[in-house]
Design a protein around this ligand. Structure first.
Ligand SMILES: Cc1cc2nc3c(=O)[nH]c(=O)nc-3n(C[C@H](O)[C@H](O)[C@H](O)COP(=O)(O)OP(=O)(O)OC[C@H]3O[C@@H](n4cnc5c(N)ncnc54)[C@H](O)[C@@H]3O)c2cc1C
Length: 292
């Protein structure tokens, strides 16, 4: 399954991202979540990869479960941080053998813990890794984009030039970091088009799952908690799990409606290996056939 074929055939495309299961117990929970979400017929699923190879085996097993056992369209991720060319080849050969045709390529971040030593020949940026993979494989490649700028970037403009380099080196679609104000995304796409980035750019959707997680992730990912969202988060009882989930679902439904009305190519859900929010958001959007 090549993701670009899906974006060429239909829009909006629904995709869902998962992190790998770790053991038998988390595998069981993962299966329940995926089986539940598969009922919505997503166009493809994707599995993250721990930088430094920390989830190498788990990511492979998870991709295998989706692609082979469940026969679902699946994208595998690779995060090159710390890995040398031979280790990258090792990972990619496994995916190739499994029949995976689309790889989402990331740099990743230095794993926490002082004892991690990066391979001396590891790739500095995702663009380098994309060039390397394009040269050695026939995978369709995707890469990450940051509507509010990547946390380390000196400016959004410079970050966009590096995104262009990823596309010039072989990335055929971009999945955007999540955001809570659609204007960030629309402005970003406009700027991308102006500098000649013409591949599909897909908005990432991160529902509020817990107040604590939303606050913590926004710092790590550089996503602004906008005033309308903050107002809702401050008004809800953070310990009331259902009320928090409902807040997140309502907010995401409104956000997705705004995106779909502007004709986005797809919606990419960061599921955090949970089903309820993504399921309810999509079901509610599908109530309006003009949207989804
Ligand atoms: C959709 C999505 C999925 C993700 N999945 C994963 C995952 O599975 N595993 C994981 O570990 N992480 C994942 N991440 C997080 C990601 O790895 C981090 O955001 C990481 O810090 C950057 O990765 P990148 O591929 O965007 O890096 P890059 O594109 O290499 O950019 C990293 C930084 O370097 C700068 N830069 C790029 N090229 C150059 C250059 N030539 N010279 C100077 N500066 C440059 C950029 O502006 C940016 O600030 C994901 C992020 C997104 C948006």
């Amino acid at each position: 399954m090549r993701v670009t074929d899906i974006y060429n055939k239909k829009q909006p495309v629904i995709s869902m991202e998962f992190f790998p299961f770790r053991d038998e117990k988390t595998e069981q929970g993962f299966n329940t979540v995926v089986d539940d979400l598969a009922l919505l017929n997503p166009d493809y699923l994707s599995v993250t990869f721990g930088a430094g190879g920390s989830t190498k085996d788990g990511s492979f097993q998870t991709v295998k479960t989706l692609a082979k056992d469940k026969n679902l369209p699946c994208v595998a991720y690779i995060a090159g941080y710390g890995l040398g060319p031979d280790q990258i080849i090792d990972v990619l050969d496994q995916y190739k053998e499994l029949g995976i045709e689309t790889i989402f390529v990331l740099r990743g971040d230095k794993p926490k813990g002082q004892d991690f030593i990066a391979h001396p020949d590891s790739f500095t940026y995702a663009s380098d890794l994309i060039a390397f993979i394009s040269e050695h494989y026939d995978f369709t490649l995707g890469c990450a984009g940051y509507p509010e700028g990547h946390v380390e970037a000196q400016s959004l403009e410079q970050d966009l030039e590096f995104l262009k380099l990823k596309v010039d080196n072989g990335a055929r679609y971009v999945v955007a970091q999540y955001f809570y104000d659609n204007e960030y995304f629309f402005n970003y796409v406009e700027k991308c088009r102006k500098i000649g980035i013409n591949v599909p750019i897909i908005p990432g959707i991160m529902p509020v799952y817990t107040i604590k997680m939303t606050r913590a992730l926004s710092k790590i990912c550089g996503t602004a908690l906008t005033a309308p969202l903050l107002e809702k988060m401050e008004a809800v009882d953070a310990e009331d799990k259902k009320a928090v989930l409902d807040l997140g679902i309502d907010f995401s439904v409104d956000q997705c409606k705004g995106l779909l009305k502007q004709g986005v190519s797809g919606l990419h859900f960061y599921t955090m290996n949970r089903s309820r929010s993504t399921k309810e958001i999509i079901s509610r959007l599908r109530q309006d056939k003009t949207l989804l």
